[in-house]
Design a protein around this ligand. Sequence first.
Ligand code: LIP
Length: 274
Amino acid sequence: SVGDYDEIYKFSCDLVKRVGAEIVAASRVREKLYETKSSAIDFVTETDGRVEKLLMDAIAKRYPDHVLIGEESAVEGKHQELTDAPTWIVDPIDGTMNFVHSFPCSAISLALWANKTAEVGLVYNPTENKLYSARRGGGAFLNGDPIHVSGTKELSQALVMFEVGTSRDPAKLRCVASNFAALHPRIHGFRSLGSAALDMCMVAQGGADAYYEYGLHSWDMAAGVLIVREAGGYVCDTTGADFDLLSRRVLCAANSELASQMSPMLAHVDLPRD
Ligand code: LIP
């Protein structure tokens, strides 16, 4: 029940607020140094690693029996395992390219999953002091106020979020381009914040009606999917099948009607599982 997670929820909210201050301080530096990871446009900064360590150390100290999965601690190419054990899934800076450019849409994404189910999800944009939070069965909130998805059911009236992603793999880019071309004439418009977690929160708060992406990782979505669901929204695989956290893709919508109009229009790309 929600009550079982009261302490974890409070601990998590305090933690992201405290550690978020580190991101704000680092973002004042004009020229951010970065290195590249899986591609020439997949960035990591010293702040990503430092913030992840602060989060991980605090969680490990408080909950020594829990499992930790973190973007910067993950070994490239090594498959993740999601067990039934309580598991924290951490992205220290979702939207690292935004952080590097001082585009103020980056967030800490922190989630606790247990029995392969999201129980607590937080997305905190420290620059704009926006804390999106959800507990399973407890609703979704922005800075403590309840949020809800939009009522849009017609794709022709939808504002849709998408991301190009951080890969330059030709097959992946063909998928992005063909989905853009297929949907663009049939919707109100596209928007993109450059952070998967914040895109999902925008659907949760009703500012956009749907979001889809291929190529993202578990830590980009682990908190956002709970926030969308708890805001009354619908989360599934891009094919319309059940959502799978390790599948590298997601479709979120204000409702199932909207999702079912979108999934048949999407061209898919095969990506190695997380
Ligand atoms: C990134 C997301 C971005 C998405 C990429 C990537 P990172 O996360 O924020 O929106 O398109 O697939 O996952 O690397 O900045 O944490």
